[in-house]
Design a protein around this ligand. Structure first.
Ligand SMILES: Cc1cc2nc3c(=O)[nH]c(=O)nc-3n(C[C@H](O)[C@H](O)[C@H](O)COP(=O)(O)OP(=O)(O)OC[C@H]3O[C@@H](n4cnc5c(N)ncnc54)[C@H](O)[C@@H]3O)c2cc1C
Length: 418
C-alpha cells in the first residue's frame, strides 16, 4: 500500500518520501533468497477480480507476465486426502451426510449471489456458518480452519469478512473451474518495477528507516525516524494499525485516539516454506483437519507457478501471545514435515531439500462483528492519514485491495494539497 501511494503521489506531481522499517521493500509480499531461488516469504496468488492490480501491472508494462492456471484443491480429513473445491467433489465427500454436503453447496451459492453484505457485519461468522451448514457440517469443514488461525478470536469474527473471502475465491473461475493467477518472477517483479518508477518520478525511498513518532505541525506533520525529525506537507501511514499507537503516543496525541489503534487485534504468522524433490499432492491448496496437526492447510506454490524444486508453504497462524508462537523455527519446520509426510506417506527425509520459517507479527487482522464501527478514522489528525489492510473491510487483506485503496487515497490527498 505504501508503494502504491508513493507511486500515485509522484504521478500527481508530489515528491513523496517513503520510509520503510525493513531492509527490503514489499512488507508481507517481500521475497528472500531460498537456497538460490528468489521467492516470497509468504505465498501469494491472484484472483480474476484483482482489477486494481492488473491496472498497476499495465502501467508498469508487466501485464504480459501474469499467468493463469486451473488449480485443484484438496481436503486432508482424518488421515485421508479427498478432492475438494468443486461441486462434484463436495457431493462425493461421503464422510459427511448428504444433507450437510448439499447445505455446504447452497451456502457457497448464496455467497456468490449476495452483494449487499451490511447485514452480515453484525453476525458472527461461526453462527452464520452453523446456521447454513448445520453443526456437523461446520465442525468437519470449518471448525479447525478457524481454530488454528484465530484461536480465542474464532467466535468474534464477522460473517461479512468470511463471506468476502469465500466469494473472492468462488468467483475466480473460468468455465466453472477454479482459476488462479501468479506473476512470473513473483511479487519481486512488480515491487522492483514500482520502486524504479517512483524514483524516476522524483520520489525518494529510504530502507531501514522505522518511523518512531508522528507529530502535528502547522501546515503539515512531523515525522521522527533514524534520520531525525522532518516536516512534510502530509503524512500517510500504511503500517498495521496497532503499530501506529506508539508513534502517536510519542507525538503527544489524545490518549483516547491512541487506545483506538491499540485495540485493533491481529494474529501473527510463522510461515514455513519447504523445498522438496517431489510434489506432496497435485493440489494448489489442501485444507487440513487432522487432530495431530495445528495446521489449517498447506499451499503447494509449485502446483500454480512452475518453480523447481517443488515449493510448499505451511502457515501457522496464531495470536502472538499464544505460548506456541515462542517455539523455535525448527519446531515449526519439524511439525510441517510431519504433516506433509502424513499427507504423502511416500515423502521421506531425503526428499526435503531446504526449509525456512519467516514470521510476521501483524499478518491477519481480526475483523470482528460491527467491525467498521471499531475502526479509528482514516484522517484522525490534520494532514495525517492512517490506513492498513483493515480499511477495505469486508475484503480480506490482499495486494490488489491495498494497491487500489492506496492509489485512491493518494489522489484525494494530492488534490487537497493543490
Ligand atoms: C501468509 C500470507 C499470505 C498472503 N497471501 C496473499 C495472497 O495470496 N494474495 C494477496 O493478494 N495477498 C496475500 N497476502 C496479503 C498481502 O501480502 C498483503 O495484503 C499486502 O502485502 C498488503 O500490504 P500492505 O502494504 O497493506 O501491508 P504490509 O505488507 O504489512 O506493509 C506494511 C509495511 O510497513 C512497514 N513498517 C512497519 N512498521 C514501520 C515503521 N515504524 N516505520 C516504517 N515502516 C514500517 C513494514 O515493514 C511493511 O513493509 C498474504 C499475506 C500473508 C501474511
Amino acid at each position: 500500500m505504501g508503494l502504491a501511494i508513493a507511486y500515485q503521489l509522484a504521478l500527481e506531481g508530489c515528491r513523496p518520501v517513503l520510509l520503510e522499517a525493513d531492509d527490503r521493500l514489499g512488507g508481507m509480499a517481500a521475497s528472500f533468497d531460498f537456497a538460490g531461488v528468489a521467492i516470497e516469504r509468504y505465498y501469494h496468488f491472484h484472483c480474476l477480480s484483482d482489477t486494481a492490480f492488473f491496472q498497476l501491472l499495465e502501467e508498469l508494462n508487466l501485464q504480459h507476465l501474469l499467468r493463469w492456471k486451473q488449480t485443484a484443491m484438496g481436503f486432508f480429513l482424518d488421515g485421508r486426502l479427498y478432492p475438494w473445491g468443486s461441486a462434484s467433489s463436495v457431493l462425493k465427500l461421503r464422510r459427511l451426510p448428504l444433507l450437510s454436503r448439499v447445505r455446504y453447496l447452497l451456502h457457497a451459492a448464496r455467497c456468490l449471489s449476495l452483494s449487499d453484505w451490511r447485514h452480515l457485519d453484525g453476525i458472527r461468522a461461526t453462527e452464520w456458518l452453523n446456521t447454513w451448514l448445520g453443526r456437523q457440517g461446520y465442525e468437519v469443514l470449518w471448525a479447525k480452519l478457524f481454530a488454528y488461525k484465530f484461536y480465542q478470536y474464532t467466535d468474534s469474527l464477522s460473517a461479512a469478512w468470511i463471506w468476502s473471502r469465500i466469494r473472492r475465491i468462488g468467483r475466480s473461475r473460468r468455465w466453472l473451474k477454479e482459476t488462479l493467477g501468479y506473476l512470473e518472477g513473483g511479487s519481486e517483479r512488480w515491487i522492483g518495477a514500482i520502486e524504479s518508477r517512483i524514483r524516476e518520478l522524483g520520489g525518494e525511498i529510504r530502507l531501514s528507516s522505522p518511523v518512531h513518532a508522528i507529530e502535528h505541525s502547522d501546515q503539515g506533520a512531523r515525522i521522527t525516524s533514524p534520520q531525525g525529525s522532518e516536516h512534510f506537507d502530509a503524512v500517510i501511514s500504511t503500517v498495521p494499525l496497532p503499530l501506529v499507537a506508539p508513534m502517536l503516543r510519542r507525538g503527544g496525541h489524545d490518549p483516547a485516539l491512541i487506545e483506538a489503534y491499540e485495540a485493533q487485534q491481529s494474529v501473527a504468522c510463522a510461515c514455513v516454506v519447504l523445498q522438496t524433490k517431489q510434489p506432496i499432492t497435485a493440489n494448489f491448496w489442501t485444507n487440513v483437519n487432522d487432530s495431530r496437526f495445528a495446521i489449517p492447510g498447506i499451499i503447494e506454490m509449485s502446483n500454480l507457478q512452475p518453480i523447481s524444486p517443488h515449493i510448499t508453504y505451511v502457515p501457522f497462524y496464531m495470536p502472538a501471545d499464544h505460548p506456541d508462537y515462542s517455539r523455535t523455527n525448527e519446531a515449526f519446520i519439524a511439525d510441517s514435515i510431519a504433516c506433509l509426510k502424513a499427507i504423502n506417506p511416500e515423502l521421506n527425509d531425503r526428499d526435503i531439500l531446504a526449509s525456512q520459517c519467516s514470521r510476521y507479527r501483524y499478518a491477519q487482522p481480526v475483523c470482528g462483528t460491527h467491525f467498521l464501527d471499531s475502526l479509528p478514522p482514516l484522517n484522525p489528525i490534520a494532514n495525517v492519514w492512517i490506513a492498513d489492510t483493515t480499511v477495505y473491510y469486508p475484503e480480506d487483506r490482499g495486494i490488489s485491495e491495498s494497491v487500489g485503496f492506496g492509489r485512491d487515497l493518494a489522489r484525494q490527498v494530492a488534490a487537497g494539497l493543490q
